[in-house]
Design a protein around this ligand. Structure first.
Ligand SMILES: [Zn+2]
Length: 380
């Protein structure tokens, strides 16, 4: 038989199956059909695939997963085209974080999810409109509709959890109440919460004790006041306890939510992000965020290993999405979502949300994306 695609002699890094070495990968009918070590199989004369990618110079990983993006282009000012930050950048699955709520989700499906080649999943906003009616969506508690939200989520498998943005400009006088409402709904559904943190109120010591194992704190390494570190650089006891309980600290870079200084301090104490996400949207696409590979390059430059950076964008987010048996892995039989990346050994200036610049000597560049077996060339 002829396979649809063969990726030849790639340096494959797959944390899910703990493989790190030279492999040939065959794809057929949208699935990973066969993975064989280059040592055991000579490439010469290999003609058993319709399309062949010579990948000697490339790193091959499971398709990258971005746990926090905004892709509701039609109805929110921040929404960016999913494919622009997805399959055109090595990313096969993106998770929209609260752009849509129960009132707007149907429109989000028809306008963004269905037309995109990139797979879009969603954290639904506990506020009924999501971002479709301004950015203080939790200030008016009458806009929170947990019952209708729960009913929708039960029917809609693309919703993987509930989002609440717990910072001053979003909640105004509502305090901690929106989080309590979102949590009750999430626990009823057995799904995780994604909580955005930023400027108080509410204070982080009020928010973190409410989170359970598997809940996600996005923007965990921001550089604003009231973050996970006190002004003298010690870790907040509530943050320590949250980490011990298994609460997930996610990067969620965004325009104003990722600080090299905070991240360096955390790494020096042995605290690593569990997941790397971008919080990419129209206004930060041209900087400081750019893409998921750029955000991964920043963590690499801060000293996180390439294997870990890949784990934080493949197998770990796949587990949070409860799809680890299908994506975030190069296991035979799973969906053929694959990223072909290059490590470019060139000097590059990387910038965080605090406008701090860092010179790095290598960066990750996406070259080709395979989404369910279909091949896309990345935007350079
Ligand atoms: Zn966001």
């Amino acid at each position: 038989m002829k396979y649809d695609l063969c990726i030849q002699n790639a340096h494959m890094i797959d944390p899910a199956t703990k493989r790190n070495g030279r492999y040939h990968i065959w794809v057929h009918d949208g699935r990973i059909a066969k993975v064989i070590s280059s040592d055991e199989h000579q490439v010469e004369g290999m003609t058993d695939a319709i399309e062949i990618i010579l990948a000697d110079e490339m790193i091959v990983t499971p398709g990258l997963i971005d746990l926090h993006v905004h892709v509701y282009e039609e109805n929110t000012p921040s929404g960016i085209a999913a494919d622009r930050i997805g399959v055109e950048q090595g990313v096969t699955t993106v998770v929209d974080a609260g752009s849509a709520g129960v009132d707007t989700f149907k429109n989000f499906v028809s306008q963004s999810i269905e037309p995109s080649r990139t797979e879009i999943l969603a954290w639904i906003n506990i506020s009924r409109q999501g971002f479709c009616d301004g950015r203080s969506e939790l200030a008016d508690l009458s806009l929170l509709e947990p019952e209708r939200t729960v009913e929708l989520v039960k029917k809609e498998k693309r919703i993987i959890g509930i989002k609440a943005r717990m910072s001053g400009s979003v909640v105004k006088q509502s305090g901690i109440v929106p989080l309590q409402v979102a949590k009750k709904a999430a626990r009823e559904l057995g799904l995780p919460l994604m909580i955005h943190i930023g400027n108080a109120p509410p204070e982080l010591f009020e928010i973190l004790p409410l989170l359970d194992k598997g809940d996600v704190v996005t923007h965990a390494f921001h550089g604003k006041k009231g973050g996970i570190f006190t002004s003298d650089g010690t870790l907040l006891p509530e943050a320590q306890e949250a980490l011990e309980r298994g609460v997930i600290f996610d990067v969620g870079h965004g325009t104003s939510s990722f600080s090299f200084r905070t991240m360096r301090l955390a790494l020096s104490l042995g605290i690593k992000p569990k997941t790397i996400s971008t919080d990419i949207y129209r206004q930060n696409f041209d900087g400081p965020v750019h893409s998921l590979p750029t955000t991964m390059s920043k963590l690499l430059a801060l000293g996180v290993s390439l294997e870990e950076v890949i784990e934080m964008t493949t197998s770990t987010p796949a587990q949070i999405l409860r799809r680890a048996d299908q994506i975030g892995t190069m296991k035979e039989g799973t969906i053929a979502d694959i990223s072909l990346l290059k490590i470019v050994n060139e000097e590059i200036t990387l910038t965080d949300s605090e406008k701090e610049e860092m010179i790095a000597h290598e960066y990750i560049q996406p070259v080709v994306t395979v989404k369910a077996g279909k091949v896309f060339t990345c935007y350079q």
